[in-house]
Design a binder for this molecule. Sequence first.
Ligand code: TRP
Length: 334
Amino acid sequence: MGEEKRKLFSAVQPSGAVTIGNYIGAIKNFVALQDEFDCIYAVADLHAITVRQEPAALRKNTLELMALFIACGIDPEKCILFVQSHVPAHCELTWVLNTLTYPGELSRMTQFKDKSAKHADNVNMGLMDYPVLMVSDILLYQAAVVPVGADQKQHLELTRDLAIRFNNRYSETFTVPEAYIPKGSGAKIMSLADPSRKMSKSDENPNGYVTMSDDRDTVIRKFKRAVTDSGNEVRAAEDKPGVSNLIAIYGAFTGKSAAEIEREFEGKGYGDFKLAVGETVADALAPVQAEKARLLKDKAYLNGVMKRGEEAAARIARKTLSKVYRKVGFYQGE
Ligand code: TRP
């Protein structure tokens, strides 16, 4: 038997289109981390309902995200891949951890404040409790590392705080996880229409984002229209946020460094560069889209993956939960 790998947990919400920003920031790293860590990846449907979802769309998005994960290269033979709501322990641990969490800790969260403003007509308890559910996701699997974007860092800090709080109150139970910032991926992918804002599918301007399902012509057109900066040199620089963003995207899809990309486009203008980025991204998306479409036709296979993932996840989660239940004093028979 080889040495045990460290456990890694992460999740993505099935809340609609997945942008290339989500891909570069999360899914691409999930694939890269499969060999180094014992990876557990979830489709976070319990988190998704903290904002209003159309039930039929949520069901469809869950299946689509599962297919996309696999089409992007997440190997269900290597990882545990499952749907969060299929493992009841997530809600059960959330309840216990709620009793160790103070409302002020949650109402202070940046994401809660942002989402409350955005969904002012639906500021529900779930939205406020969202971070505790995320804490439970992570702690149930005793994950040592959690790859998260900058917007989830506060939630990871709460995870560490609650793990330590529980361990101090009831004795050592939870692994205190660390944030994992993958090498060379400091780049947050920005909107193509306004490089001062993060690329987001909720952007009212669809030219700002490219989704994993956009067809070739759409991808190329969106990159052609991408906002660039003054001058005409393809160079990553603080005063060139548009070009820097395109360099980051091109780099993510080709594996080339910024310096290599600058050399490649020396003496060429923005037009050539934008076309090259568009074609490269379209070429990279085509096989993923084909594989995803193939998988979506094979429901039996996808259901099987989810079932096996659920069983493997539930086994680990149950073990942690029963430890927690014992420590807090729930009677569990002899
Ligand atoms: N909240 C995360 C997001 O929207 C998704 C998520 C849910 C997650 N549970 C998690 C990420 C646990 C890391 C670990 O991006």
